[in-house]
Ligand binder design. Structure first.
Ligand code: T3D
Length: 268
């Protein structure tokens, strides 16, 4: 992971890649450059076996404020040449990020350090786990700019909090503070603001020391369960278990149990 980016910072420590969205002056608004750099960072994480957990967070007082609205305004200049192609923009700049977050066969933690708005919230929802600072919040801001929740939030948010709450949050676009987010199941943990970096490091280190292949396969099965019926899913579990059962980490887990010691998983 030696690439240099301008809108995201990356750092690797003990098998954990931390990706920090880094445009604090706009609350880490997502622009063209960030879309390219975030995709590249996630791709590198996918390919590097030494990375066993990914943390996504934001620089400054926000996690991410979603699409850069200054950039959207810039698109209006092209209006005279026909309607702006929002669909193409979602397909090329947002869908690949969400796809990578969901298909990366390593645990992904969103460390939500401040406000997560619009697609910024969607990115947090696409992570596997969310740990939030007490001062963090979520805003389904799309409605305030006459747009529809995207980046899979129509699926992920609904899975996390249920249809009624998802509809309320999307229709009204009210800010959800961290304590409320915890109560409704939108985040896994809330910690004091100043404790977020250490709590994230501790959680990510634990995840990076787990059997990574089994977690990756579990993620595949959880993703698939979104659309599968019972019979299909039972069959799929048998399929991924066949793979997990061949890993060194599986044997290590069993031997550690029998020998009454802590397992030392290698992620293989
Ligand atoms: O094709 C497509 O592109 C469609 C895709 C859409 C995906 C989306 O994400 S749509 C939703 C886009 N995001 C928003 O609508 C959120 C806009 N921001 C806000 O509503 C508020 O900023 C927040 C609720 C996030 C935070 O409020 P607050 O009061 O804490 O901060 P602020 O004062 O509004 O913002 C601070 C600065 O960040 C300010 O700049 P300034 O005045 O200090 O120079 C503000 O303009 C800037 N900023 C915040 N969000 C964005 C932004 N600049 C550009 N784009 C932003 N999204």
């Amino acid at each position: 992971m030696s690439q240099t980016f301008s809108t995201v910072l990356t750092g690797v420590e003990n098998g954990v890649l931390t990706i920090t969205l880094n445009r604090p002056e706009s609350l880490n608004a997502y622009n063209e450059t960030m879309s390219v750099e975030l995709a590249a960072a996630l791709k590198a994480a996918e390919r590097d076996d030494a990375i066993r957990c990914v943390v996504l967070t934001g620089a400054g007082r926000a996690f991410c404020s979603g699409q850069d609205l200054q950039e959207v305004r810039g698109r209006y200049a092209a209006d005279s040449q026909g309607p702006i192609d929002f669909g193409a923009h979602l397909r090329s700049k947002y869908a690949p990020i969400v796809t990578r977050l969901r298909t990366l066969e390593k645990p992904v933690v969103a460390a939500v350090n401040g406000v997560a708005a619009g697609a910024g919230a969607s990115f947090a929802f696409a992570a596997d786990l969310r740990i939030a600072a007490a001062g963090a919040s979520f805003v389904m801001a799309f409605v305030h700019v006459g747009l529809v929740p995207d980046s899979a939030a129509t699926v992920t948010l609904q899975r996390l909090v249920g249809f009624g709450k998802a509809a309320e949050l999307c229709f009204l676009g009210e800010k959800v503070p961290a304590d409320e987010a915890l109560r409704i199941g939108l985040v896994n943990r809330v910690v004091p603001d100043e404790a977020l970096p250490a709590a994230t490091r501790e959680l990510a280190a634990r995840l990076a020391a787990m059997p990574t292949r089994a977690i990756g396969l579990t993620k595949r099965a959880l993703n698939r369960a979104w659309t599968a019926d019972l019979g299909d899913q039972l069959e799929y579990e048998a399929f991924v278990q066949q793979t997990a059962g061949q890993t060194a980490d599986h044997r290590e887990g069993v031997m550690a149990f029998i020998e009454k010691r802590k397992p030392r998983f290698q992620g293989k």
